[in-house]
Design a protein around this ligand. Structure first.
Ligand code: GLV
Ligand code: MN
Ligand code: MN
Length: 403
């Protein structure tokens, strides 16, 4: 293995035990939990070991600076450390570890940047705890209302305000940070690929062309709770039936629109074996290659849900929790990455902080091959050798951008 590969394995090995669940080996790294705080401490220690200046911004994102945080035209790289429930280890942390190692490699190569360089860790990228993905970057850029953020609750009813306050954040300061944003000249997020395109192309690293528009929608179904043994089938108003038909309709509509629709989370009340449910909620994740198709897809699913609710004598409402428009990485950073790195260029259906930043900052993304193609699950993978290539390519790009 190359020296970068060995260094990658060593640094990776210091982070990878944190938050790994017993059993399936997936990760439980939800923002502002004790595990997340240990991940954040890990990052701060690694940054300080490198003589980087560490800052926590007003939204809880972590920044490690080589050069002045007040300087203009900063070149920023990084990703996130939080995970989905039982997620893989690479989604997020790969970009953070690679960013730290790229700083080491720039120094070893004798690069003297003429702009500040920073490694950033965005908070709550997955939205796994508080429901809104890329919350740290959305708050930073003003794409999400801070008052609404403070009212977000996790599944145990804990408010984001309390979770962040407990971790020592001044939650009254949450909100847009235009001067910080204005000081960033370029942002590059390196990420594990969340499909198998690079494996098929036999390429260790790729460059992102854009991100599909996507959204999260909450469907609330209500009916009539009743006895499972005594209620005649024709007398029922069962919201679970409406939910089940809606899940099937979402799958059908996504296939018909050449899009993606997923219901991966449901909540049923009272959740009893011998009672017809009174209420149920389902979260729809919908994504498509363009915004019109996404709107038509969600409209079709809503229509089918409402039709079925009329048939079942139940009620259904659909509300968007977060919607992200189409992202095209078409600026200098992305062009430079595609030209200089000689890597394949791919679109993705996955959301990233880079997509949020791209509305304000010249932004690009690199992907590292994931031989299983699996992500948001424990089987997500990347070899140390490919990760080392990712670090070297990221270093090449940062060296060019920081001149
Ligand atoms: C983020 O990982 C997303 O696309 O859901
Ligand atoms: Mn993810
Ligand atoms: Mn990610």
């Amino acid at each position: 293995m190359t020296m970068t590969g060995e260094r990658f394995a060593a640094l990776w090995g210091s982070l990878s035990p944190i938050g790994r669940a017993g059993g399936d080996g997936g990760y439980l790294r939800h923002s502002w939990t004790d595990t997340d705080l240990v991940c954040r401490e890990w990052f701060v220690e690694e940054a300080l070991d490198r003589d980087l200046e560490v800052e926590v911004d007003r939204n809880g994102n972590l920044w490690a600076w080589w050069g002045s945080p007040e300087g203009d035209g900063a070149v920023v790289t990084g990703s996130h450390l939080d995970s989905v429930p039982h997620g893989g280890g690479y989604d997020g942390p790969l970009g953070v570890v690679s960013g730290l190692l790229a700083v080491d490699r720039l120094r070893e190569r004798g690069v003297t940047p003429s702009r500040p360089i920073a490694v950033v860790v965005f908070t709550e990228e997955e939205g796994a705890r508080f429901g809104v993905p890329c919350l740290g970057s959305r708050l930073l850029t003003g794409a999400f209302d801070p008052a609404q953020a403070l009212r977000l609750q996790d599944r145990d009813g804990i408010y984001l305000a309390d979770a962040m306050g407990k971790a020592g954040l001044d939650v009254d300061a949450l909100g847009p940070d235009p001067s910080r944003l204005a000081r960033i000249g370029a942002f590059v997020e390196l990420h594990v690929e969340q499909g198998r395109a690079l494996d098929v192309l036999d390429a260790p690293v790729g460059v992102a062309s854009g991100i599909w528009p996507h959204g999260r929608y909450r469907l609330d179904f209500s009916g009539e709770g009743n006895h499972a043994g005594t209620t005649r089938m024709r007398d029922r108003h069962d919201p679970m039936l409406t939910l089940a038909h809606t899940v099937l309709a979402a799958d059908e509509a996504a296939r018909a629109h050449g899009a993606h629709a997923t219901v991966g989370r449901v909540d049923v009340a009272p959740n009893a074996t011998n009672a017809i449910a009174a209420r149920a909620s389902a979260w729809l994740d919908a994504r498509a290659a363009d915004g019109d198709t996404l709107d038509r897809l969600v409209g079709a699913i809503q229509q089918r849900a409402e039709e079925r609710a009329r048939h079942d004598g139940t009620r259904v409402t659909l509300a968007a929790e977060s919607v992200t428009g189409e992202v095209a990485f078409a600026g200098d950073v992305s062009r430079l990455a595609a030209l200089e790195l000689g890597a394949p260029v791919l679109p993705t259906g996955a959301g990233h902080d880079a997509g949020v930043l791209s509305k304000h900052v010249d932004t690009g993304m690199l992907f590292v091959r994931n031989p299983t193609g699996i992500s948001h699950a424990p089987q997500e993978s990347a070899s140390d050798a490919d990760c080392a290539v990712g670090v070297e390519k990221l270093t090449d790009l940062l060296a060019r951008l920081s001149q």
